[in-house]
Design a protein around this ligand. Structure first.
Ligand code: TMP
Ligand code: ZN
Length: 408
């Protein structure tokens, strides 16, 4: 069977495989170990439109449900980032009388709360019951649903068209990009905008951050891919702004053709993509080699440290880390436990690799010799907090942008 690009329908094939992978957020109790769902994580690059996508994806119900373990509010820096993001949207796109803002994948309402506080009409569309309930507790009006054309029509019937549809770290989760573009077309006013930010392909390639690829991240977008996606719908990319979040993201602004001036940043960043070779399949062959070298380097380092009798733990049981541990074959013999501050993950085992997730207090009470920085995208915040660990002789192991030991 030939696979086809979800954006342009051209035939595509995988340029590498990260092997069998479980649900990245599928932290499970020790008695559930035998029941895990696995799929092959294999990314493909579409030469026609430039979209990077994974070929197989588990069913949405297996990933987003009432046990979904990710709450935006657990990260103070992300809450601050969403405050800035909301203020930027409000300033640039939400000026008219009685404006209406919709967020796709509004999680626990950390972003929309900023609009709720100023009395702006808003609606979150969020498929996970538990996060939607948390959003409502913070005064954020939330519809528990997946975004599709039907949901969009019913929102327009009840609330009218939107000045801005916004999203963060969710659009790359949705395989049916055609349905999303149709839904956006239905939701937006004539001069409305769709603003979304997602992990950026340029950063992933430059930093060999292959852990951006996991079940929920079906796409890693680029300007070229996003432009190709909206073109058949009479919409265009009018702005793009690089972001430091999630290990390197891009904020995209889409509007109807001619409705908004196109920022010079679009041409500048597109030219940069060409310089990086993001339009060439050879770039992804080089990326595969870089991933293999990263894997071999990390495994060698962990085995060596364990052979020397060092105590090695992980820091941050991130979704991303599932790809790393399953691709590299890292297990409880390599990493004794992973420290994480999220209560719902504590006491569970990591997906596919069964490494215990322990409360942060266990890390702090008895520092290890080495900590693998799985939450590398929060490095600045973590290093600022963990001065005592380093002062006590603790060392960090990172693998992005390369495998290395950081002693400060
Ligand atoms: P994220 O990269 O998807 O935001 O996930 C970050 C995970 O790392 C989340 O489970 C919380 C955990 N974490 C810690 O345990 N300690 C920290 O200092 C930070 C920033 C995150
Ligand atoms: Zn394509």
């Amino acid at each position: 069977m030939t696979d086809h690009c979800r954006v342009c329908d051209a035939p595509i094939s995988a340029f590498m495989s990260f092997g069998q992978q479980p649900i990245a957020n599928g932290f499970h109790s020790p008695d559930e170990t035998g029941d895990e769902y696995f799929y092959e994580l294999a990314p493909a690059f579409c030469e026609s439109c430039g979209t990077l996508q994974i070929i197989d994806q588990p069913p949405a119900e297996a990933m987003f449900h009432d046990q979904y373990a990710f709450f935006t509010r657990t990260s103070r820096s992300m809450v601050a980032h969403f405050g800035d993001y909301a203020a930027w949207v409000a300033e640039n796109f939400v000026g008219g009388p009685d404006p209406f803002v919709v967020e796709v994948g509004s999680n626990d309402g950390a972003m929309l709360e900023n609009f709720a506080k100023t009395g702006t009409r808003h609606l979150g569309i969020e498929p996970s019951d538990n996060t939607a309930a948390e959003a409502r507790r913070h005064g954020v009006e939330t519809l528990c649903a997946f975004l599709n054309p039907e949901t969009a029509k019913s929102v327009v019937e009840t609330h009218g068209n939107a000045d801005a549809v916004i999203a963060a770290n969710v659009i790359c989760h949705i395989p049916d990009v055609q349905a999303i573009a149709q839904a956006i077309d239905i939701l937006l006013k004539d001069d409305g905008v769709f603003v979304f930010e997602e992990p950026y392909l340029g950063d992933m390639v430059e930093n060999t951050s292959y852990d951006q690829l996991y079940d929920e991240h079906v796409f890693i977008f680029s300007l070229r891919a996003v432009s190709a996606w909206f073109k058949p719908f009479g919409m265009e990319l009018v702005d793009a702004l690089p972001q430091g979040t999630h290990g390197g993201s891009m904020r995209y602004v889409i509007a109807r053709n001619g409705a908004r001036a196109v920022s010079p940043r679009v041409a500048e960043l597109t030219a940069r993509e060409t310089e990086l070779g993001l339009d060439k399949p050879e770039t992804f062959d080089a990326f595969r080699t870089a991933c293999e070298e990263s894997r071999d380097g990390l495994v060698k380092l962990l085995r060596q440290l364990n052979a020397e009798g060092k105590r090695v733990v992980g820091y941050g049981a991130t979704s991303k880390s599932t790809t790393v541990m399953n691709y590299c074959g890292i297990g409880p013999d390599d990493i004794a436990f992973i420290s994480d501050t999220t209560p719902i993950k504590q006491g569970k085992l990591t997906p596919g690799t069964n490494i215990p997730v322990r409360p942060y207090e266990e890390f702090a009470a008895d520092y290890p010799d080495y900590a693998v920085l799985f939450a590398w995208n929060h490095k600045a915040e973590i290093f600022a907090n963990e001065g005592d660990y380093v002062a006590a002789g603790g060392k960090w192991i990172t693998f992005v942008p390369r495998v290395e030991v950081i002693t400060e």
